[in-house]
Structure formats: C-alpha cells, structure tokens
Write a protein that binds this ligand. Structure first.
Ligand code: LLP
Length: 416
C-alpha cells in the first residue's frame, strides 16, 4: 500500500473514514495521519531489517507525542537532534537506552541531559564536540557512549539542502581523520567507544549511495580493528525515499538487501535512523478553498493552508499530490494552489490540473505530508498552527488541537 488515502466512490477516505467528515468535524487546515499505515511501515522495515538492527525513528520528521508513543509501543528506538526531541521521546514513553543523538551543534546542557537520561549513543560530529563530551562526562562522573559520525563523501543525489554526505557540508568528520580521533577517544577514561555513524542525505531513491557509504564505513571498521579498536555497532543513518508523485521508492526488502550486501555477515549490530520512510505517506494536510481568481490568464486557487503549515513546496520546490475530497468528472484546469501568506513563494503547486469547477468551500488533501509537514510549521503571518488528527479504522482522535490566537503571543510580555 503506497498511501492510506483512497477514493471510495467519489469520496476520499483515510482508512474507514471519509475525509469530508473530518474536515467538517475538526475544521481546516488540519493534518490527518493513518495509524495503521504508520504501524505497517514500521513493521515492514523492522521485519526486513531483522532483530539485530536497532530501528530508530528520526523524531525530526514528525514529533507529535502520540506518533512517538505509538512507535515506542512498537519497539522503536529514536534518533534525536536536540534536547527538545529527547524530552519529547521521554514524555512519550520512549526508552532512553534506545536513543541515538545526532547533530552538529549539541550544547553542554543538551549533552548533560542526554547522559543523565542514559541514552544509547551520542553521534559525535567534530573533535571539538568530542572534547566537550569528555568534559561534561567528567563533571557527571560517567563514561559517555559515543560513535563518530563520519562523512563518507558520497554523492547521494538528494536535493542540495538535504544532502549531507559530501565533504563540503557541515556534517560529520572526514573519513581520513577518523582513525586518529578514535585512538584519542579510546584512551579517554570519560568515553566509551561504541560505534560509527553516517548519514548521507534524505529522500534517496537510489540505494547505491547508501550501499557505498556502508562499504566505506565497513572499511573504517576494519582499519580500527587492526588498530585494536572494536566497535559494537554501525549506524547507517536514514534517508530512504518515498513516492510523492511517480518515483520508484525503495522497498524495505531492497533497503535491507543493500545493507546486507555492503556489510556481509559482519557480526556487528546495526542502527538505522529512518524518518520520512515511516511517516511521510501516513499523512495529508486538509485545506479548504477560499477563493478562485485569475490574474490575466493565470488561474489561482487560494486555500486556507499556507507555507507556514507545509513549507516543503516553497523551500525545496517539492511536489505533493493534491486530491479533491470529492472526485469530479468534469474538465480539469491548470491552476496555482496558493495560501494566504504574503509571499510569492507561498504555494503548494504551480499550474496543477485540478477540477475546473472547484469552488469556495471545497476541500483538498495535500498528500505525502506526514514527514516534515507539521514538524516544520510555524506561526508566520500570525497564523495559529493547524490541528493534528490520528485516524485508526473508523475512529479519529485529535492528537494536537488547533492553536488559539492567545497562543500566538502567550510567551510575549503583556503590553506595558
Ligand atoms: N539521521 C540524520 C542524521 C538526519 O540528518 C536525518 C534527516 C535523518 C536521520 C532522517 O532522514 P529521513 O529518513 O527522514 O530521510 N526537511 C527535509 C528533510 C530534512 C532531513 C534532515 N535530516 C524535507 O522536508 O525533505
């Protein structure tokens, strides 16, 4: 199943609920997620990768507590990039012992909290960070479990903003410098050298670069063994792409086979950090048509969601399918689907063929919005953030209520 969103007759459903009913009950804009799809995706990857792989969910993709809780219940570990994400995972009942912590700019306070919580591993991104971790561990009187995040310098074919495995990006430690730094870490009484990590980019449709990166990591592992340093795990990062339009997305089995082929029978635990592949197609953003208008010959459909709700089209030129909740048989017309925010970059689609008779009050579903949708949303233009709804079978639950106007300024000083 590629998406849990499907037509029954002329009505668009998620699982066993017509989306029109949800738009009526919870208003728009609202994010809607399918719990069954999320569970199926997690289980498909977990099954393909096998029990020896620690499947960590990349919290940044969608950090709603209910989503995290469900994944924790299924046995997921978590990949975090901030103290805020750690707090969310713990609040949602996640197991600290299954948490890995990535990111180039971890603060002292974040490192302290991670060590106090007893997380599985910190993925270290620079010599300076390694020194900081040693200091913080010394202050706490503990030994910090670490992996070096190396930069394998492979071209992943991702959008430039989300490709991370090339030498010129800010991520990771150059491969050539890693053995020396491992030797230093292995001598430190404050550090426990646990593994090696890499992540080369996101929305990867070709698995070959992931295999190539894994092979480079394996070569580093072997070099370290020769020097008497034995790692317990290899963290291959995330990045598995999904189908937004007509892409051939890798299957869980393809992904697992790629890692097997690269790493062979190496008896070392694996860790992966998947975000989008688990939640991306579980979610849609429901938005209502406010106006139709024409500027000269250009047709516009102005909707009530905007770039503050779903930034991906504006930021990456990303394609998201847009389906009307009620299927029409009349002629289509190419139109720009745009939001109310005062920027020309505020669009969801350009010249997209949609029913020519779309009118005020009709609702559209913007698909593939489960990952990096709500998580990247903001209150820009003083727009309260959307509601989030989780659907299971024929039941729907609000897992984040719509923000109120008062919440826009709740943290500000009152007028004085
Ligand atoms: N691990 C690390 C270290 C990462 O930096 C990322 C994503 C992941 C795992 C998860 O990657 P995934 O499996 O979700 O591809 N906002 C962008 C995507 C940014 C990805 C950043 N890092 C988008 O909307 O496409």
């Amino acid at each position: 199943m590629n998406t849990p969103f499907h037509y029954r007759g002329d009505q668009l459903y998620v699982e066993d609920l017509p989306l029109a009913e949800l738009a009526e009950r919870f208003a728009t804009p609202s994010y809607v997620y399918s719990e069954s799809y999320l569970r199926q995706r997690y289980q498909a990857f977990s099954h393909a990768l096998g029990p020896e792989t620690m499947l960590c969910y990349a919290v940044k993709a969608n950090s709603n507590l209910s989503i995290l809780h469900r994944l924790a219940t299924l046995g997921a570990g978590f990949d975090i990039v901030s103290g805020g994400e750690l707090a969310r995972v713990l609040r949602a009942g996640g197991d600290a012992a299954r948490v890995v912590f990535s990111g180039v700019g971890k603060s002292r306070d974040e490192l302290r909290r991670a060590l106090e919580a007893g997380i599985h591993c910190i993925n270290v991104e620079s010599p300076a960070e390694l020194a900081r971790i040693e200091q913080v561990a010394a202050e706490l009187g503990c030994r910090a479990p670490i992996a070096l995040r190396v930069n394998p310098d492979v071209e992943a074919g991702a959008h430039p903003y989300i490709a991370t495995g090339l030498r010129e990006t800010k991520f990771g430690i150059p491969m050539a410098e890693a053995p020396e730094l491992y030797a230093r870490a292995a001598r430190s009484p404050q550090l426990r050298v646990l593994g090696v990590a890499c992540h080369i980019g996101s929305q990867l449709l070709d698995l070959a670069p992931i295999g190539e990166a894994a092979q480079r990591v394996l070569r580093l592992y072997e070099t370290l063994v020769q020097r008497g340093i034995h790692l317990e795990h290899l963290d291959l990062g995330g990045g598995v792409g999904i189908r937004y339009r007509d892409e051939q997305a890798p299957t869980p089995a393809d992904y697992a086979a790629t890692l097997d082929a690269a790493l062979g029978g190496l008896p070392v635990r694996r860790v992966v950090e998947l975000g989008r592949a688990l939640v991306g197609n579980a979610g849609a953003l429901l938005t209502r048509v406010e106006y139709r208008k024409y500027n000269g010959s250009r047709a516009f459909c102005v909707v009530d969601a905007a770039m503050n709700d779903l930034l991906r089209p504006s930021l990456y030129g990303a394609w998201h399918e847009i389906w009307p909740l009620e299927r029409r048989s009349g002629p289509e017309e190419p139109m720009d689907v745009v939001g109310p925010v005062c920027e020309s970059g505020d669009f969801f689609a350009k010249a997209r063929p949609l029913p020519g008779d779309l009118r005020e009050g009709d609702v559209l579903a913007i698909l593939g919005a489960g990952a990096y949708g709500f998580a990247m949303s903001s209150q820009y233009n003083s727009r309260p953030r959307a509601a989030e709804i989780l659907v299971h079978g024929a039941e729907a639950r609000v897992i984040r209520r719509r923000e109120t106007l008062g919440e826009l300024w709740a943290a500000e000083e009152p007028c004085s």
